[in-house]
Design a protein around this ligand. Structure first.
Ligand code: SIN
Ligand code: CO
Length: 382
């Protein structure tokens, strides 16, 4: 288990002073830090088909990027390259544990755990992210420079890398194992490995209005909503046929506004949207469907764990009506089991003791069967 230590700052002090405002180095944010994954296993994951990975290096002074899956690494040598895996939390239970200390932030804001292994001199180059990121230094050391927010010209050193021009540093620090660098969106930064090193980036992303709006449009189409035409049965004759009157403009705007104001529709969309997986899940559905008796017995001796990267959320005002959202879909359940559904959404692991009151509840057992059958939750050691 990883315990986050914010250097005498409370979580709220950190949020007030730094979150979304300015970068900061948190020395020994993780005391006695041990990598959750060895570089060899990490490199092996980047060989898998459904994993998003990339290799970044310089050749003859030019930035290069290659995309996985990779077949070999021997040719790369001992210096100046970096291997990055997106959403490692979907593929390594041990690495996913690094997200847990960040549960003081709501997980609908979480994006993924991006991880990199870099040899000395390796890095991905100077760039700006749209993320709030906690870069947690694992084994080895990296030199990080962070510039101020502002206008930073893009530098097309490589079309896939979205680099920025060199910048003046407001933070210039060597990160050692267990140190954390927090960077809000918009601050240019660059890390260069000083030794073979692992770096774990817990990223938080906010959606833009445009991505919400296009997602909402898809939701309306999928659910055959919003197809009503504008109605104007009370129209009066006008003098200027070329004019769009203020009143007409208002009723056009109201067509859209009414959809947004319909909380049933918009909440359904937001729940689905925020729980949709951005990266492929490593799903292992059960071979044979579970039975109620079997699940009830197993719940007494095993804990249950949520699959890495699976998103499950609820709204505080509709959970008690029996509504939650899991992996991009609205799920309806019997109101009486709302307390245990909250546990499923709030905790990664649930112990047999916490499930004891629900072990004989058929509604809960049926829900668990569905979640276990799909591979969304799985049994783990209590
Ligand atoms: C890296 O791990 O090398 C890149 C992390 C980042 O810049 O966000
Ligand atoms: Co970055």
């Amino acid at each position: 288990m990883y315990t986050l230590n914010l250097n005498q700052m409370s979580q709220n002090e950190f949020l007030t002073k730094y979150w979304q405002k300015k970068p900061v180095v948190i020395r020994q944010g993780f005391k006695n830090f041990v990598d959750p994954i060895e570089p060899d296993e990490f490199a092996g994951i980047a060989m898998e088909e459904n994993v998003q990975s990339r290799l970044v290096y310089k050749k003859d002074g030019q930035w290069q990027a290659e995309f996985g899956p990779f077949e070999r690494y021997e040719h790369l040598g001992e210096r100046d390259w970096s291997l990055v895996i997106q959403a490692l939390d979907n593929f390594s239970e041990e690495a996913a544990a690094l997200i847990e200390p960040f549960r003081f932030l709501p997980h609908w804001r979480l994006d993924d755990l991006m991880t990199s292994f870099a040899t000395p001199g390796g890095g991905v180059g100077p760039h700006i992210d749209n993320y709030d990121v906690f870069i947690c230094q694992g084994s080895g050391k990296r030199h990080w420079r962070v510039g101020d927010r502002g206008q930073h010209a893009e530098l097309i050193a490589h079309e896939a890398l979205l680099h920025v021009e060199p910048f003046d540093a407001i933070i210039d620090a060597e990160l050692e194992t267990g140190d954390i660098l927090y960077i809000p969106p918009g601050f240019p930064h660059e890390g260069v490995a000083l030794e073979p090193s692992m770096s774990f980036s817990v990223g938080f992303r906010a959606n833009s209005a445009i991505s919400l709006l296009s997602g909402f449009a898809d939701h309306l189409i999928d659910n055959e909503l919003g197809g009503q035409l504008l109605e104007d049965p009370h129209r009066q004759a006008i003098a200027n046929s070329g004019e769009i009157s203020h009143q007409d403009y208002q009723s056009i705007k109201a067509q859209l506004q009414n959809l947004l104001d319909d909380d049933n529709t918009f909440k359904h969309f937001v729940g689905n949207f925020l729980t949709s997986a951005k990266h492929e899940l490593d799903l292992m559905p059960s071979d044979e469907p579970f039975e109620r008796d079997e699940v009830s017995e197993l719940l007494a001796i095993h804990a249950i764990k949520r699959l890495g990267g699976l998103r499950a959320f609820y709204f505080d005002d509709t959970i008690d009506e029996g509504i939650c959202y899991i992996n991009g879909e609205q799920l309806m359940f019997a109101k009486e089991i709302a307390p245990v559904v909250k546990l499923l959404c709030n905790q990664l692991v649930i112990m047999p003791n916490d499930l004891a009151p629900w072990r004989d509840n058929e509604q809960f057992l049926d829900l668990m069967i569905k979640l276990l059958d799909q591979g969304f939750w799985f049994w783990t050691e209590a």
